[in-house]
Design a protein. Sequence first.
Length: 136
Amino acid sequence: MKPKKGLAAGGIPIGSVLVLDGKIIGRGHNQRVQHRSVIHHAEMNCLENAGRLKASVYQRCVLYSTLSPCPMCSGAALLYKIPRIVGGENKTFQGPEEYVRSQSVKVKVLQDPSCIKLMRDFITARPELWNEDIGV
């Protein structure tokens, strides 16, 4: 994941990768600002970049993200039956993790200090952009 890529491009520092059998098959980063898009969160961008895949492929994948996936991104993971999600942290934002778990998805949150610091620093520097991204 390259969350700083989004930040360097004037956007939000969240990255995501889709992994199949230990190999990255899709990667993305938040590009809402860059694409003037309401849906290009990192996870959605990652899935878009992975391309069109058979359901059986998604069902063997792990979705990694800098941050706990929001309801939209969690919904995409549920739709395609991705069985495992790993988030870097959920201190700055927590998606619907319990609901996702109730749908038989394994959700692990690492509470990685570098992810927490990255997001806290960004939220402090750009609160208006952050609030826009999370629908506040």
